[in-house]
Design a protein around this ligand. Structure first.
Ligand SMILES: [Zn+2]
Length: 315
C-alpha cells in the first residue's frame, strides 16, 4: 500500500522537499534534452558532409569533419573508374610505346571476334549476343554512319575494344598516298576519341594488309604502310579465319557457321562485318560462340597482350 493513500495532507516541509525534488528532476531533464538535441544536430550535419569513404568503414574522414582540422578528403575513385583508366591507358595510341608484341598471344586457346565497317543498325544486335554470352569482341569502325557513332561508346563501355578501320573506306582515296592514308586514319581516330575519350592504337587496313587493290592507286604502298603504322605507335590486326559474311548480302547462317567454325588454331582471329546488309551475322553468332566454347576456347577483345595476326603483303 502506498503511503499517499492514507488521506492525510503532507506537512509544509514535506511539500517544499517535494517541490525542490521536482525542480531538480526538471532541470536534469532540460539539460539532457538540450544536450541530446545538440548531439543529434552535430551527428546529422557531420553525416551530411562526411566523405563517402566514411560509409565504407574508414572513419578518418569523420574525425576530420568533427575537428575541422582539414578540408574533407577527396572521395577515393570507384574501382571501376580505376579499371577504366588502366584500360584506356593500355588501348591508347602512344607513339612512344613500342610494345614487344606477343605474336603468339597468351598460348591459351583464344577466339578474337572482330567486326569491321560498323557501327550500323546491327551493332546493338551484336552487342546483345555478346552480352548474353558474357564475352567481348573488337570493333574496327568507320565513319560511314555518323548518327550511329554513339554505338561505339556503347560497345566500348560494355568491355569491347575499339579499333580504327577507316573514315571513308574508299580504296581510291586512302591508298593514293601515305599522306592520304594517314589523314583518313587520323580522321577516324578523332571520331572515336569523341566517343570514348582517346585514340586507340588498334587498326585494320581496309582489305587487309594483303590487299592487292591498293596497287591500282599506289604500287608498293602496303609495304610502306605496314612499317609506318607501327612506327607511329599503331598496330594492325588482320585475320586468320573469315566468316564469309563479306561474300554477299545476308549470307545464310549455315554458310557463316561453317566458314567460322574451324579446327587447328590456338588463336582464332575471326572476321565479321557489322553493317546494315549483314543481318544474318548476329543470327549466326550464338552457334559460332557455342562451337568454340564447347572446345575450351575463351573469348577476348584485342589488347596489347593479344595475338597479332599479320597477313603477308602483296603490294
Ligand atoms: Zn572493311
Amino acid at each position: 500500500m502506498a503511503r499517499g493513500s492514507s488521506g492525510r495532507r503532507p506537512s509544509a516541509r514535506a511539500q517544499q522537499r517535494q517541490a525542490r525534488g521536482l525542480l531538480v528532476v526538471a532541470a536534469v531533464l532540460c539539460v539532457a534534452l538540450v544536450g541530446g538535441v545538440t548531439a543529434l544536430v552535430t551527428l546529422v550535419s557531420s553525416a551530411a558532409t562526411a566523405p563517402a569513404s566514411a560509409a565504407d568503414g574508414d572513419d578518418g574522414g569523420w574525425v576530420e569533419v568533427l575537428t575541422d582540422a582539414d578540408a574533407p578528403a577527396e572521395p577515393e575513385p570507384e574501382p571501376d573508374a580505376a579499371e577504366n583508366d588502366a584500360r584506356a591507358a593500355d588501348l591508347s595510341l602512344d607513339p612512344e610505346k613500342q610494345t614487344d608484341w606477343k605474336l603468339d598471344g597468351t598460348g591459351e586457346k583464344t577466339v578474337y571476334l572482330t567486326f569491321d565497317d560498323g557501327p550500323s543498325d546491327n551493332t546493338p544486335r551484336v552487342l546483345e549476343v555478346l552480352q548474353r554470352y558474357g564475352i567481348n569482341a573488337t570493333f574496327f569502325v568507320t565513319g560511314h554512319e555518323p548518327d550511329k557513332a554513339h554505338y561505339i561508346k556503347d560497345a566500348y563501355e560494355a568491355g569491347n575494344s575499339i579499333g580504327l578501320h577507316s573514315m571513308t573506306h574508299n580504296y581510291d582515296e586512302i591508298y593514293v598516298s601515305e599522306e592520304a592514308f594517314f589523314s583518313d586514319l587520323e580522321a577516324v581516330g578523332n571520331m572515336v576519341k569523341e566517343q570514348i575519350g582517346f585514340v586507340p592504337y588498334l587498326t585494320r587496313f581496309p582489305g587487309g594488309a594483303s590487299n592487292t587493290i591498293s596497287a591500282n592507286y599506289c604500287p608498293g604502298i602496303m609495304s610502306a604502310l605496314v612499317d609506318d603504322v607501327q612506327a607511329r605507335g599503331y598496330q594492325f590486326y588482320d585475320w586468320n579465319v573469315s566468316s564469309g559474311d563479306a561474300s554477299g548480302t545476308n549470307v545464310d547462317v549455315e554458310t557463316l557457321v561453317s566458314g567460322s567454325c574451324v579446327e587447328g588454331y590456338t588463336n582464332v582471329m575471326l572476321l565479321f562485318h557489322d553493317s546494315n546488309t549483314k543481318d544474318t551475322t548476329p543470327d549466326a553468332l550464338p552457334r559460332i560462340i557455342e562451337y568454340y566454347q564447347e572446345r575450351g576456347y575463351k573469348f577476348e577483345p584485342i589488347t596489347r597482350e593479344a595475338f597479332v595476326c599479320h597477313h603477308g603483303v602483296n603490294n
